[in-house]
Design a protein around this ligand. Structure first.
Ligand SMILES: Nc1ncnc2c1ncn2[C@@H]1O[C@H](COP(=O)(O)OP(=O)(O)O)[C@@H](O)[C@H]1O
Ligand SMILES: [Mg+2]
Length: 251
């Protein structure tokens, strides 16, 4: 694993009850890298993202993000303070948009900066509005989520996450709930962010987009990383038979 990694995960194990879901995940993510995670449903992709940003605890192993490290071994207490520190690094975008339905696009984006960071409304707007404009929602600031398309909602969710100035963006199947013709507008926003140097970890079944936008692709199966490498290598010349089988079936 490269010493220049901003994120390092070593030997991550996570069980739900008796069921092992992550069984020793190792990975590294460098600053500015766009890492795409592919793999079958149920292989642990969402759980991995959720462990990274502290939405789930884990049982064994180590997560290192910037200067924050969380190490768990049997009997470790959950380090609440470090988990809060860990979480500050991440913005997360989910499949189902997760906008507050009773708040406008603008209010959605200024809520956390005001509540969590204690910014005034004017300060929060000064931070959030440029991100909303950047994702193409300049004219939808006062719309409610139900008044805009799924693609616009997902772009609003991205801007809302950016308004907290995360160092890393996590996306969990960000286009899976969208009509196919709305997928590209969301990908375009993610592509632009990647080109501007945002560090991104993207779980997706959209292999064509992964192929085009990923610096690194990680193939997971049954709770482990089977293979990681440059997109062209993973998609054109995977070295592991399990990766080959998966791509034959799902590409
Ligand atoms: N909160 C939970 N409680 C129990 N089992 C869970 C929970 N979340 C996920 N799982 C199980 O863990 C496995 C991995 O799930 P997940 O990380 O969501 O996979 P993926 O995102 O790759 O589809 C699945 O078998 C799933 O049923
Ligand atoms: Mg998932």
């Amino acid at each position: 694993m490269s010493p220049s990694s901003f994120i390092r995960v070593d030997g991550l194990h996570k069980n739900f009850g008796e069921t092992p879901v992550l069984r020793g995940v190792d990975l590294g993510v460098k600053k500015g890298e766009s890492v795409f995670i592919i793999g079958r449903s149920g292989c642990g992709k969402s759980t991995l993202l959720r462990c990274l940003n502290g939405l789930e605890t884990f049982d064994l192993g180590r997560i290192h993000v910037g200067g924050v490290q969380i190490q768990m071994s049997s009997g470790s207490r959950v380090p609440e303070r470090q988990i809060r520190e860990l979480r500050k690094n991440f913005g997360m975008v989910f499949q189902s948009f997760n906008l507050f339905p009773h708040l406008t696009v603008l209010e959605n984006a200024i809520k956390a900066p005001m509540v969590v960071k204690g910014l005034s409304r004017a300060e929060a707007e000064a931070v959030a509005v440029p991100f909303l404009e950047k994702v193409g929602l300049k004219n939808q600031l006062l719309s409610f989520p139900h008044q805009i398309s799924g693609g616009q909602q997902q772009r609003a969710a991205i801007a809302r996450a950016l308004a907290m100035n995360p160092k890393v963006m996590l996306y969990d199947e960000p286009t899976s709930a969208l009509d196919p013709f709305l997928v590209d507008e969301v990908f375009q926003v993610m592509r632009n962010l990647g080109e501007e140097g945002m560090t991104q970890i993207v779980v997706t079944h959209e292999h064509r987009f992964a192929q085009e936008a990923a610096d690194t692709v990680i193939f997971m199966e049954e709770g482990v990383v089977v293979e990681a490498g440059p997109a062209e290598q993973i998609f054109s010349a995977p070295t592991d038979e399990r990766t080959r089988q998966f791509l034959r079936r799902y590409s």
